[in-house]
Design a protein around this ligand. Structure first.
Ligand code: KG4
Length: 349
């Protein structure tokens, strides 16, 4: 196999509570000649709503059950891909191991190489796509990663190289949504529901008579801290009866506080590093309000925002296949036996 030709990549994702298997065909380099088509992209999302969070062992067992079923849907016949791309981190290690073990077995069966992929790079690369091509990018690219486990600002002075310029000191943006959601008795994960309630509050002109903090917004750095938001929300909830109206008010104020901080810090980094292309990805990037606020603010400062469709912002294996392809081009394969789950894998590792 020559890796500069059309390649069929099987992507496997199991870092948290979504199991994903995808098959793509890709060709070209990381540039204007890159093209891909999606043959299949299957995700099975687990139901952790009743537990208000992810239970690693439960999630692991679900992945063990889901991955073979998804593979059957993605590759119904005996055809085989050219390479396998599997998430090796960051994430929940028992969950990551299920995907890795699955990839190892398939690689042995088909005798094909494996690329270990950083889940966060998957989110970034996914948002860089425009249809079945790579969107035009100008270096340095700034990536705002906002998910349930991570909130980071990352600078790429070269393609597919990452320097973390700031991250959260405690909770991730998604965690703030989920933890406040739990206090309000909303299902887990709560981001989408809070966003829906916030939109209702705006439509009904329901403004809060309290203010949540905008943590670290006035500090001249790229660090985040979201844990204070849940404490502040708790103080309000403890004083008042949690009516539907209060839920909407808190949702609106929470979404606006998080948006203010994300937009403010992103603009600061855009100015500091002279950035004209900003990429955002991760589950929270599915939030319509945050996307709009970011796009508007960046447009004013002359930068362009790249973001993928909301359905592809949350965890999926298509993004893993895409990132894996670019590493396969550089022949960055890992001996299947030496693949290891790295719960805290960094983008600059
Ligand atoms: O990237 P993701 O699917 O999983 C990882 O954390 O890796 O992100 C999940 C997070 C959850 O915290 C969820 O509440 C949040 O993304 N989320 C949203 C929305 N959709 C998902 N947060 C805000 N608004 C949304 N529409």
């Amino acid at each position: 196999m020559r890796y500069n030709q059309r390649m069929r990549i099987l992507g496997i994702e199991s870092s948290a509570d979504d199991s994903g298997v995808a098959l793509i065909e890709a060709s070209g380099t990381f540039g204007s000649d890159f093209r891909f088509t999606v043959t299949a992209n299957e995700v099975a999302s687990q139901q952790h709503a009743e537990y208000g969070g992810i239970y690693p062992n439960l999630a692991k067992n679900e992945h063990i059950k889901n991955l073979p079923l998804l593979l059957e849907k993605v590759l119904p016949s005996d055809e085989q891909p050219d390479i396998i791309a599997v998430t090796v981190g960051p994430g929940i290690e028992p969950c990551l191991w299920t995907g890795i073990t699955f990839a190892q077995k398939l690689a042995a069966k088909w005798d094909i190489p494996v690329v270990g992929v950083n889940h966060l790079e998957g989110h970034i690369v996914m948002s860089m796509m425009e249809g079945e091509k790579l969107a035009p990018l100008e270096l340095p690219v700034l990536s705002l990663l906002i998910s349930g486990g991570n909130t980071q600002l990352v600078l790429s002075k070269e393609a597919l190289r990452y320097e973390i310029i700031g991250k959260t000191r405690d909770d991730a943006a998604g965690e703030a949504f989920d933890k406040v959601g739990r206090m309000l008795g909303l299902p887990y994960p709560s981001g989408a529901e809070i966003s829906r309630l916030a939109a209702e509050a705006r439509r009904e002109n329901l403004a809060a008579d309290f203010k949540l903090p905008r943590p670290m917004l006035s500090e001249d750095n790229f660090e985040f801290s979201f844990s204070g938001l849940k404490t502040a929300a708790l103080r309000i909830i403890e004083k008042e009866t949690v009516t539907d109206e209060l839920k909407k008010k808190i949702s609106r104020e929470l979404e606006e506080a998080i948006a203010d901080v994300l937009v403010g810090k992103t603009l600061l980094a855009v100015e500091e590093y002279g950035v004209s292309t900003v990429v955002t990805g991760g589950g929270v990037a599915a939030n319509t309000f945050i996307r709009q606020r970011l796009a508007e603010a960046l447009a004013k400062s002359g930068a362009k925002l790249l973001v993928c469709p909301p359905a592809l912002s949350t965890d999926n294996a298509l993004m893993i296949a895409l990132a894996g392809y670019f590493h396969a081009l550089k022949k960055e394969f890992t001996e299947p036996d030496t693949l290891t789950a790295q719960g805290n894998l960094r983008l600059d590792a």
